[in-house]
Design a protein around this ligand. Structure first.
Ligand SMILES: NC(=O)C1=CN([C@@H]2O[C@H](COP(=O)(O)OP(=O)(O)OC[C@H]3O[C@@H](n4cnc5c(N)ncnc54)[C@H](O)[C@@H]3O)[C@@H](O)[C@H]2O)C=CC1
Ligand SMILES: O=C(O)C(=O)COP(=O)(O)O
Length: 630
C-alpha cells in the first residue's frame, strides 16, 4: 500500500467549531456596554483575514487591540475547547488516534487553547505549530510572540516548509491563510473545509471542497476507498417526519432533505435517484417499480408502525433494509381509541356540532357508560393488547380475536372466531395490520353479525373495511356509531381534498389518520427509527429490520467490516470465503443469518489488505448489496 500522507489541520473553524478571537470576545466582553459592536468588529476582521482581504498578522493585532484580554479569559476558553470539536472530527477520533504520527496542527491561534484539543485527539505537543500568547506582569494579554512566523503574513507556509516533510502533504482548513500553504508550494493538496463556515474565495482556489473530515479521509484513501463518506450520503425524509430525526441524522454526518407531503409513484421515482436512505410514513407507497428505479438506495425507514405501504419482498430482492418503529405510537392509538369509545357512547360529536349551530340537546337517551360493556378487539398485537389492559381498567369486559396465538392479558378472553366475537361485543375495534390479505375483511357480512346498536372503530388501515357496507350498516341502525381514522383513499397532503361515503352520517366520527399523531409519539418514532438507520449504516446492524435477517452488531473497531447481502441460494458463503481468502484477508469474525429469501453475511477482517481485491465480492452470483465499513 502507498505511504500515508501527512494531514495538516487548521484549528479555528476546522478542528473546532469556533473562531478563537470571537470566542474570547464572548468570554471577555460578556454583557459589557458596546459588547455586540466590538464582537461584530472582531468577526469582520476575522472574515477579512480568512477571505484573504487583510494580512493575517495585522488582523490578529487589530483584534487583540479591541479586546481587554487576560490570562483567565484564555484559560476559560481552553477549558471548554475540546467540547467544541467539529462533528466530523469527533466522529473520527479513531482516525487521529491511529495516525498520530501523520497529523500536524497549524494555526494562527493560541497554544493554550489548542493544547487540550490536541491532547484529546492524541496529537503530541511537538506537532502543534501555533502562536504563543504574551502576557504582561498583571496577566493581561499584550500580543503574541513576534518571533514566531505564524504571527506574520505567509506564516503558515513558512512553518510547514521548516518541517521538511517527506511524502504527500495535505492541508485542510477554512481560511485564505490555509489555501496559501498550497499556493506557496508547502503542501501538495489543499481541501477547503466547509463544515463550519464556507468562504467562497477559499473554495475557489482549493483542490476540492470538503464538507466534513469524512470526505477528506475518503478522497485520500485513508479509511478505505470503499467506505462512502457520510456527508455524501443523501437521506430523503417525506411526510413531515419529526425534526428530531433530521437533527440526529445530521449530527451523525449525513445530508438530510425533507418534504412535508407524500409523493406519488412517478414523483418518488424521480426523487429517489441518488438517495441512499428514504424515510416515509403511512402515505408513501414504495412499490417494486420504485425500488427498481432507485440507484443508490440502502435502506427505507417507515417512521410509523405499518409497513404495508412498502413492497417488502421487492426491498429484499434489492438488498434494501426496511425498518419501522413498532412501539413508539402504540399508546397514542390506544388513548385515541378509548377517547373515541367514550365520545361515541355519549354521542358527543353530534351534540357538540349541534351546539355550534345554536342547538341545545340535553338528553340521556341512548347515552351509556363504558363500564360493564363488552369490547371486542380484532387484532391483539401491540395496540390491541395494550387497549385490552386500559379498557379492563375502565371496567370493560374484553374479548379478542387474532389469527396468531397471543397471550391474553388480564381477564381478556380469546375468541375462536371473528363471528363469535362480533355476536357478543358492544364495541368492535380493529387493530389488525395492513397486509394485503386483510383487504375488506370487514364488510356487509361482518356488520350483519354485530349486535344491534353496537359501536365500531377502525384505527388500523383503510382497506381493511368496506366503507360502503359500513355506511349501510349505520343507515340500518345495526351500527349505532362509528369512529374511523383510516381510509382506503387518503389525501397525500393537508392541502389535498378528502372525500368518503362516510361523510355526513350521524354519530360518525371521522379523524384524519391521527391515531399515532401525538407530539410524544412522533418524537419517539423519530428517535427510534433514526437509531435503527444509524445502526444499519454505521455498523451493519439489522436489529428490528422487517425484511432482512436480524443481526445485532457492535461498533467496528480496529477492523474492517464487509457486509454482503445475497439471495438465499446454496453455496454463496463458500464462494464468499473463497474470494476473501484469495484477496489475502485475515478473517477476525463472521456472522451469517438467512431467512427464506435473503442471506446476510458480516465479516470483520484485519485492516491490512488491498481494497481493490474485494471487487470480486460485488460480482459473486446472488449478490444483492455489498459494502465495507471502517
Ligand atoms: N391510525 C393510526 O395512526 C395508526 C394505525 N396503526 C395500524 O395498526 C396496526 C396494528 O398495529 P400493532 O398492534 O402495533 O401491530 P401488531 O403487528 O403488533 O398487531 C397486529 C395483530 O393483528 C393480527 N392480525 C392480522 N390480521 C388479522 C386478521 N385478519 N384477523 C385477526 N387478527 C389479525 C396479527 O396476528 C397481530 O397480532 C398497524 O399495522 C397499523 O396498520 C398503527 C399505528 C398508528
Ligand atoms: O404507525 C402507523 O402505522 C400509522 O398508521 C401512523 O401513520 P402516520 O405516521 O401518521 O402516517
Amino acid at each position: 500500500m502507498s505511504a500515508r500522507p501527512t494531514l495538516i489541520f487548521d484549528f479555528d473553524s476546522t478542528l473546532v467549531d469556533f473562531e478563537t478571537l470571537e470566542a474570547l470576545a464572548d468570554i471577555a466582553l460578556a454583557d459589557a456596554p458596546g459588547a455586540a459592536e466590538t464582537r461584530a468588529q472582531i468577526a469582520a476582521l476575522t472574515d477579512q483575514a480568512m477571505a484573504g482581504e487583510l494580512e493575517f498578522g495585522e488582523a490578529l493585532r487589530r483584534r487583540l487591540a479591541l479586546l481587554p484580554l487576560t490570562r483567565a479569559h484564555v484559560a476559560a476558553l481552553a477549558h471548554t475547547a475540546s467540547d467544541h470539536l467539529t462533528a466530523s472530527v469527533r466522529r473520527n477520533l479513531n482516525f487521529f488516534q491511529q495516525n498520530k504520527g501523520k497529523v500536524v496542527i497549524l494555526s494562527g491561534g493560541f497554544r493554550e487553547v489548542i493544547a487540550p484539543v490536541a491532547e484529546e485527539l492524541g496529537v503530541s505537543p511537538d506537532r502543534i505549530l501555533c502562536n504563543d500568547v504574551v502576557y504582561d506582569a498583571d496577566d493581561h494579554v499584550i500580543g503574541v510572540d513576534d518571533a514566531n512566523p505564524l504571527s506574520h503574513a505567509n506564516g503558515k507556509p513558512a512553518a510547514i516548509h521548516a518541517l521538511n516533510l517527506s511524502g504527500r502533504v495535505v492541508m485542510i482548513g477554512d481560511g485564505w491563510n490555509d489555501a496559501e500553504v498550497k499556493i506557496a508550494g508547502a503542501a501538495d493538496a489543499f481541501y477547503a473545509f466547509t463544515e463550519v463556515v464556507r468562504r467562497a474565495p477559499v473554495v475557489q482556489v482549493a483542490d476540492a471542497e470538503a464538507a466534513s473530515l469524512d470526505e477528506v479521509l475518503h478522497a485520500e484513501g485513508l479509511v478505505g476507498r470503499w467506505s462512502f463518506p457520510r456527508s455524501r450520503m443523501k437521506m430523503l425524509l417525506l411526510e413531515n417526519i419529526h425534526p428530531a430525526a433530521v437533527e440526529r441524522l445530521e449530527e451523525a454526518g449525513y445530508s438530510v432533505e425533507t418534504q412535508k407531503g407524500a409523493l406519488d409513484e412517478d414523483d418518488l421515482i424521480a426523487a429517489i435517484k441518488g438517495v441512499h436512505v428514504l424515510g416515509i410514513r403511512s402515505k408513501t407507497t414504495v412499490s417494486r417499480r420504485v425500488l427498481e428505479e432507485a440507484d443508490r438506495l440502502m435502506a427505507v425507514a417507515a417512521f410509523c408502525i405499518g409497513t404495508n405501504q412498502i413492497d417488502l419482498d421487492a426491498a429484499s430482492d434489492h438488498g434494501v433494509a426496511v425498518f419501522n418503529a413498532p412501539y413508539s405510537n402504540t399508546r397514542s392509538v390506544v388513548e385515541l381509541a378509548i377517547g373515541l369509545m367514550i365520545v361515541l357512547m355519549r354521542d358527543v360529536a353530534d351534540k357538540s356540532a349541534a351546539m355550534h349551530v345554536g342547538k341545545w340537546n340535553k338528553s340521556a337517551t341512548g347515552s351509556k357508560e363504558l363500564r360493564g360493556k363488552t369490547l371486542g378487539i380484532v387484532g391483539y398485537g401491540a395496540i390491541g393488547s395494550q387497549l385490552s389492559v386500559l379498557a379492563e381498567n375502565l371496567g370493560m369486559r374484553v374479548l379478542f380475536y387474532d389469527l396468531s396465538e397471543r397471550l391474553a392479558l388480564g381477564n381478556a378472553r380469546r375468541m375462536r372466531s371473528l363471528d363469535a366475537l362480533l355476536g357478543e361485543s358492544d364495541v368492535v375495534t380493529l387493530h389488525v395490520d395492513g397486509r394485503k390479505d386483510n383487504a375488506n375483511i370487514f364488510g356487509a357480512a361482518q356488520f350483519a353479525r354485530m349486535k344491534e346498536g353496537a359501536l365500531f372503530l377502525n384505527l388500523s388501515r383503510g382497506h381493511v373495511v368496506d366503507v360502503g357496507a359500513l355506511s349501510q350498516a349505520m343507515g340500518s341502525g345495526r351500527v349505532a356509531g362509528a369512529a374511523v381514522d383510516v381510509f382506503p383513499e387518503e389525501p397525500r397532503t393537508n392541502a389535498d381534498p378528502f372525500e368518503s361515503p362516510l361523510q355526513g352520517l350521524p354519530n360518525m366520527i371521522l379523524t384524519p389518520h391521527i391515531g399515532g399523531s401525538t407530539e410524544e409519539a412522533q418524537e419517539a418514532i423519530a428517535e427510534f427509527a433514526a437509531e435503527r438507520l444509524l445502526g444499519y449504516l454505521n455498523r451493519g446492524d439489522t436489529t428490528f429490520s422487517v425484511n432482512l435477517p436480524n443481526v445485532q452488531l457492535a461498533e467496528v473497531s480496529g477492523t474492517h467490516r464487509i457486509l454482503h447481502i445475497h439471495r438465499n441460494q446454496p453455496g454463496v458463503l463458500a464462494e464468499l470465503n473463497r474470494a476473501l481468502a484469495s484477496a489475502g484477508l485475515n478473517i477476525l469474525g463472521q456472522h451469517l443469518k438467512t431467512d427464506e429469501r435473503t442471506g446476510y453475511v458480516i465479516t470483520d477482517v484485519d485492516r491490512d489488505y488491498d481494497p481493490e481485491a474485494l471487487r470480486e465480492l460485488k460480482t459473486l452470483p446472488g449478490t444483492l448489496k455489498f459494502r465495507t465499513l471502517q
